[in-house]
Design a protein around this ligand. Structure first.
Ligand code: ADP
Length: 530
């Protein structure tokens, strides 16, 4: 029945209270949003696929609705269906989280046209920042520095060679519609440019259905530093500090920090102003992030704007005391930001992405059922997770299971805290990235933050091939001894599991054989007791 559909409101977000939010996502970010809603006295509706029946995010919300089979295309990506579900269940707003439909202009528009509040930027701002070339054009107009390069698609290899000579090698060919590092080629010499252009175009066409490729100067050894922005619908736009995200593998972030060792208060101000200028030029409202490359001379270049909440938002929350997800909801409801400048960062925060990937085997995705889970706790620890004992980890969705985040007065203390937290953490049933993170916390270069975006790839073989840190071996030994003494069940299981995991996992073959024997015993014992 075509009952009176409300016509689309104007571009500005509605100034009406939000009472019930449909969370169009899953996993840790859906749990995170449900928590923010509850603290604000807002009801939440979780949605779930066949693969997520009984998942933690479903119980975190006040209501839940089944939306289809496991494949995302038949569940979490069915925008029109999600809007119908929202309306049928009395939601007045939709929060998209990150990934899935969060940066789809059509979905933001459809939500608005359905008379619902979109908890994110206006569809027009998503579109303005949607293509890399459009975003570059906009940033240039706003006076925000961009990597030297073009804002239009390359015509052919001859033009590419002319431009490359002008900017100087190495150069980077990039898909205008790009994302996830696809359609990118580094070109170091004139002889390589024709074939690189051809393959970048082919990859872009396959991945995005658009073969537009443009050219940029390739910056050697920069850091990835991004600025979090909050903008309300009343004209206030504030930069709330930077995040350091240089620890990347295949252009995917693995560890994030706030603040960045490379950013002085003066540079923070300049980067913040540049981010705010770009956001304002796009008519931005809500939370967003401007990504920059920062070179060794302190020069920075705008890369792109992410028009959603980001995975790594908690590190900013911990050093600023702001609840960014609550601010997303409050801004969407029309509230004014009560500050024109963000607080200076307090202390240091680090986030490790805990994924179901096996670092010992090239980060291959690992699947299975979580059979044991012991979460770290104590001072300065935050766990944003979407798993529990019994959760089945499959291949339908992103392998990120949770984020372990710590806060401490200094960077050194934060690293020690993260190390301690990772040692307490026990996840059994699937392989995880924990061992990788533990080794990172012990790495002298990481500890000095002598890193850039290319550092991790070069470092990985040495990092994962190395013998386990002394303390890890000791933890395994303690576990084995405790087990041998038949200590009280809980303590034994916890320590023995941790020890067994670390010594039999990545480090297995390097650990002294006697220790490996003990650790294996500990694992068998813990399995028997389960
Ligand atoms: P995507 O949207 O595919 O992730 P980005 O433009 O964000 O593409 O770039 C992904 C990553 O590639 C960046 O985080 C950075 O590590 C690297 N990168 C991008 N542009 C350059 C450049 N001009 N010089 C050097 N590295 C770059």
């Amino acid at each position: 029945m075509s009952a009176a559909r409300r016509s689309a409101p104007a571009a500005a977000p509605a100034t009406r209270p939000i009472r019930r939010v449909l969370i169009a996502n899953r996993g840790e970010i859906a749990v995170r949003i449900a928590r923010a809603c509850r603290e604000l006295g807002i009801e939440s509706i979780a949605v779930y696929s066949d693969a997520d029946v009984g998942a933690p995010h479903v119980r975190a919300a006040d209501h839940s609705v089944h939306i289809g089979p496991a494949p995302a295309a038949q569940s979490y990506l069915r925008g029109d269906h999600l809007i119908e579900v929202a309306k049928a269940h009395g939601a007045d707003a939709i929060h998209p989280g990150y990934g899935f439909l969060s940066e789809r202009e059509w979905f933001a528009r459809a939500v608005r046209e359905a008379g619902l509040i979109w908890i994110g930027p206006p569809a027009e701002a998503i579109a303005a920042m949607g293509s890399k070339t459009a975003a570059r054009t906009l940033a240039i107009a706003a006076g925000t520095p961009v990597v030297p390069g073009t804002t239009e698609a390359l015509r052919d290899a001859t033009q590419a060679a002319e431009l490359a000579a002008q900017f100087g090698y190495p150069v980077l060919l990039k898909a205008a519609a790009g994302g996830g590092g696809k359609g990118m080629r580094v070109v170091r010499a004139p002889g390589e440019i024709a074939s690189a252009l051809e393959s970048a175009k082919r990859e872009a066409q396959n991945a995005f259905g658009d073969d537009a490729v443009y050219i940029e100067k390739y910056i050697e050894g920069p850091r990835h530093v991004e600025i979090q922005v909050l903008a309300d619908a009343h004209g206030t736009c504030v930069a709330v500090g930077e995040r350091e995200c240089s620890i990347q593998r295949r252009h995917q972030k693995m560890i994030e920090e706030a603040p960045s060792v490379a950013v002085s208060p003066e540079l923070r101000k300049r980067m913040g102003d540049a981010a705010v200028a770009a956001a304002k030029a796009a008519g931005y409202v809500n939370a967003g992030t401007c990504e920059f490359l920062l070179d060794a001379h302190g020069d920075f270049y705008f890369l792109e704007m992410n028009t959603r909440i980001q995975v790594e938002h908690p590190v900013t929350e911990l050093v600023t005391g702001l609840d960014l997800v609550q601010w997303q909801l409050r801004i969407a409801a029309g509230e004014k930001l009560p500050f024109a400048e963000a607080p200076e960062p307090r202390g240091w925060a680090i986030e490790c992405r805990i994924t179901s990937e096996d670092p010992a085997h090239g980060f291959l995705p690992s699947t299975g059922r979580i059979t044991a889970l012991h979460l770290p706790s104590g001072p300065g620890i935050r766990w944003d997770g979407g798993i529990e004992v019994g959760t089945t980890v499959g291949l339908s969705y992103d392998p990120m299971l949770a984020k372990l985040i710590v806060h401490a007065p200094t960077r050194e203390a934060a690293i020690a805290r993260m190390r301690r937290a990772l040692q307490e953490l026990v996840i059994e049933g699937v392989e995880t990235s924990c061992e990788f993170h533990l080794r990172m916390m012990d790495d002298p270069e990481y500890r000095r933050s002598a890193v850039d975006i290319q550092w991790l790839e070069a470092k990985l073989p040495a990092l994962l091939g190395a013998a386990p840190p002394e303390e890890t071996i000791r933890a395994a030994a303690v576990g084995a001894v405790l087990l041998a003494e038949r200590d009280r069940e809980g303590r034994v299981r916890q320590v023995a599991n941790g020890g067994a995991r670390t010594s039999l996992g990545v480090a297995g073959s390097d650990a002294p054989s006697e220790l490996r024997g003990w650790a294996r015993l500990a694992r068998d014992e813990s399995l028997r007791r389960r």
